[in-house]
Design a protein around this ligand. Structure first.
Ligand code: ADP
Length: 471
């Protein structure tokens, strides 16, 4: 499986997991909320029925006639109800009175039974056909043949004569009868149906959106890993390429030495010098690669120490003056009298500054000059390496810090460069919480500026800045 396929498969797997988890959470919370909504509606509906039944119960009880022949009296106290086996003139104002402001009168119905369970009276809007027999269960849900459901509440009635004191056993004073209050569940069922449709329609839509979002999110998550993987691949390829050329020429030289006829033995030391040079170049390349890797891994065995930049710049200018002189370049330095300290690793800081000075000398034509200056600016130490060299084209200035990148490969290779010098310099600057910037113009020279945060206190007690990058 190639890397493209591997990353695609990983992205797919990640997206699937995202979708599964998000979909699971969403469906759980969606169904949970729907259930809570239905439950709340149901409880409110039952409370409403119960409260109407309670009001009716309390108003009726004191007026109830003796149960022997209730019909006549009932007609007087409940003119709004139809009495069983008597002609009925609908006048549902009783229900209307008790449910005023809560619901319309067609929603509720009431029924009265005697204590034997015989239907005595009923409101005209009671569901048809509703059994005339009594079921004494307090709560019932009924469904008529043509569809709508009803919720019904049944409560016992005691007439004033039969009303018993609290704590008195009910069987000694039988009840007068039963009051039933019910209501249609049509609006509730319609709401339930609507909610069902919203869930049925919304769920696949939400899942689709989650799938798209998961794919996009997994792409975002995997992108940095993919880029880092590609950089590693590129680095390995570049390193192999850089190692191949000197190795090939080294092997060719060794072969030439082995094939030399005895009479040409005088040439052996010359050829061995070439082998040594190529070996050194290879060894330098490997050392640079190891240094770069260790800098990026950021695993320091020792804690950072205060390093005097004045000493580093002065030492390097002195050391490299000879190299500059061999190519007729004037190397000079401008260093402040004040001692400037940064917290870090001295050997790395030497490497950082020397890489920039060596580059300036390398890419400046004979007769030119290189100036190294050290100053402080805004809580940072600033080292500037300015040359009058060949300059760097504007479009290349961002790329020169990449590993193995050379502006002009052929010429850089001739000068012995590996394309790792600026990458190492930048890694060291970053390690010291600093940065490098470049301004350059082709034909007019370049200026590299290193900025490093000052150490809090210098060893001589001199005050630097208040913050140290290393803690
Ligand atoms: P090299 O080992 O090739 O010098 P570096 O990483 O040090 O690699 O530099 C990368 C490239 O940047 C060089 O190949 C060179 O083309 C360009 N460069 C670096 N410093 C200078 C400079 N002072 N003047 C002009 N070009 C420079």
């Amino acid at each position: 499986m190639n890397s493209q396929q591997l990353f695609r498969r990983s992205r797919l797997r990640l997206a699937a997991w995202y979708a599964l988890v998000m979909g699971g959470i969403l469906s759980l919370s969606g169904f949970g909320m729907a259930r809570a909504l239905v439950q709340a509606n149901w409880v409110a509906l039952e409370r409403e029925i119960e409260s109407i039944a309670g009001t009716l119960h309390d108003s009726l009880e004191p007026m109830l006639p003796p149960s022997e022949d209730p019909t006549e009296v009932l007609q007087q106290i409940l003119p709004d109800l139809c009495i069983v086996e008597q002609p009925c003139e609908p006048n549902p104002s009783l229900i209307q009175r008790h449910t005023l402001g809560i619901s319309d009168r067609t929603t509720y119905y009431i029924r009265l039974f005697d204590d034997q369970g015989n239907l005595l009276a009923f409101s005209t809007n009671q569901p048809q056909p509703l059994p005339d027999t009594l079921n004494t269960a307090p709560w019932q849900t009924l469904q008529t043949a043509d569809g709508p459901r009803y919720r019904q509440f049944t409560t016992i009635l005691h007439s004033a004569a039969h009303a018993h004191a609290p704590g008195e056993a009910t069987h000694e004073h039988p009840s007068w009868g039963y009051l039933q209050v019910g209501r249609t569940l049509a609006p509730f069922d319609a709401e339930l149906q609507r909610l069902r449709w919203i869930l049925i329609g919304g769920f696949p839509l939400a899942l689709g959106l989650i799938a798209i979002a998961s794919w996009a999110l997994s792409g975002l998550a995997i992108q940095p890993i993919y880029q880092s993987y590609q950089r590693q691949q590129q680095f390995t390829a570049n390193a192999a390429h850089e190692l191949r050329s000197p190795l090939a020429s080294l092997l060719a030289t060794v072969e030439a030495i082995l094939r030399l006829p005895p009479e040409q033995a005088a040439q052996v030391p010359v050829l061995l010098h070439t082998v040594e040079r190529q070996g050194r170049r290879l060894s330098q390349l490997v050392a640079d690669l190891l240094l770069l890797t260790s800098l990026e891994q950021d695993t320091a065995a020792k804690p950072p120490q205060p390093c005097c930049l004045n000493d580093i710049v002065a030492d390097l200018t002195e050391e490299l003056a000879e190299l500059a002189a061999t190519t007729d370049i004037h190397l000079s330095s401008q260093i402040l009298d004040t001692q400037i300290y940064v917290a870090g690793y001295e050997s790395q800081l030497y490497r950082l500054v020397s890489n920039l000075i060596a580059n300036a000398i390398q890419y400046t034509l004979p007769g030119g000059s290189v100036v190294v200056s050290l100053a402080t600016h805004d809580r940072a130490a600033t080292i500037t390496v300015k040359d009058t060299g060949i300059g760097i084209p504007a479009e290349e200035q961002n790329r020169i810090f990449e590993r193995f990148y050379r502006v002009n490969s052929d010429r850089s290779r001739k000068t012995g460069g590996t394309g790792l010098g600026l990458a190492i310099a930048q890694a060291i600057a970053k390690r010291h919480h600093g940065q490098i910037s470049v301004t350059s113009e082709v034909g007019n020279g370049s200026m590299f500026v290193i900025q490093l945060p000052l150490a809090a206190i210098s060893p001589s007690g001199q005050q630097g800045t208040t913050s140290s990058p290393f803690r």
